[in-house]
Design a protein around this ligand. Sequence first.
Ligand code: NAD
Length: 471
Amino acid sequence: MSKKFKFFEQVNRSFDRAAALTDHDPAMLSQIRECNSVYHMSFPVKRDDGSIEAIHGWRAEHSHHKLPTKGGIRFSYLVTEDEVRALAALMTYKCAIAEVPFGGAKGGIKITAHKYSVAELERITRRYTFELVKKNFIGPGVDVPAPDYGTGPREMAWMADTYTSLSAGELNSLACVTGKPVAQGGIRGRVEATGRGVMFGIREACSVKSDMQSLGLSTGLDGKTVVIQGLGNVGYHAAKFLEEEGAKIIGVAEFEGAIHSAEGLGVEAIMAHRKANDSLLDFPSAKNLESSAAALELECDILVPAALENQITEENAPRVAAKIIAEAANGPLSADADEILARRKVMILPDTYLNAGGVTVSYFEWLKDLSHVRFGRMQKRFEEGAFRRLIGALEARTGQSFTDAEKSMLTRGAGEEDLVNSGLEETMANAFHQIRATQKRYGDHATLRDGAFINAIDKIVLCYDHLGIFP
Ligand code: NAD
């Protein structure tokens, strides 16, 4: 990569392109694109060998038009202030697109997680949380972190525990962070939510006949060939759910390399192979590619970059052969790559929409923590009784009996995970048709990314109007 990648500038290029299509007040637009507050901290951590290391961390709150602000915490040696600002901005637009009532935020700690012991990671995470508490950058009504690249339920449990121990008597303290283990106030379905949402988004896009015809594809996921970059939380779950819907995973890339098989690879078998061999290379019946990045250029229907930002740039974009690019990661396409691929009429499902499943289910978790009751707890048994009475009445009227298997399927009441997944599906389906409708309204030159940004801008403007800030 020749030019230094400035992520926040790239996000703002997409914002400006879409904003230029609207007739909103330029002062309002410039307020929306700014990042409201950034906290950069550094603190010492004692390593297991007794040495002391200075750790750098950030939390950026991009927009306070709705509170709390919300966004993940990333552990990566690549974290910079520019990156957290950019990711916080994407969160603002994502929440608006998915109609999740939060402002956008993001945090990061500049570490390579696997170089630290679990005890060291716990000390780092707890100290980071303590620093956020000191500066009022965390709290159920203030700013609510979640998992992102390099973090998961374990780190969220440490954060929730640290916050709770510093806020004695605060009834809603567990709602200070989402993505927690279920036993610590988490919600069923959150771990898989982003990947499941990616599948719902792709499935919805592939259900529109005219769009598929113009790409030379049939409708539906069945038989679609898919390449995935990154087999972490988002990439693995997206691949798994796409495969369950009948798609064929023909290529997978991880940092150690990439594999390809036109016959399809089998996600669970790849995961088992990678665990056993510490690498996905040399997977039986697949071919190793010359580099990890080569997977991005494989012939396929759907390319799913699910690792990090800036993976497809003006350098490799001309060689991308996919018909649909599904941005499971945040910012995987540079703004130049986006324009090159849009000119080539590749369908790009934008990150601000496609990976919103994580924050959507985080919203459900936050609601659960505030209401102190599991979703479905009060109505599940009542629903089952009502379904049983209905079945009984049908049997009496028709004189025909249902089998036991049919009865148990028809009378099942919704549990927490059913409700979470159905709320997620509804959100992803609605948001897709909203952004597509906006794209169509602005004509052929507008992309789905423009549609997504315009919808987000319109919703945020409405919010400022109601606040009376821009009369
Ligand atoms: P993760 O740490 O669980 O997984 C990322 C995977 O990508 C890892 O397995 C890593 O080895 C791999 N990887 C890194 N560089 C690579 C490269 N150059 N080529 C191939 N593989 C590479 O992280 P995640 O939570 O799955 O996040 C992935 C992306 O999705 C990030 O952009 C993140 O911001 C975004 N995202 C995550 C969530 C969430 O709920 N976790 C929500 C929305 C968006």
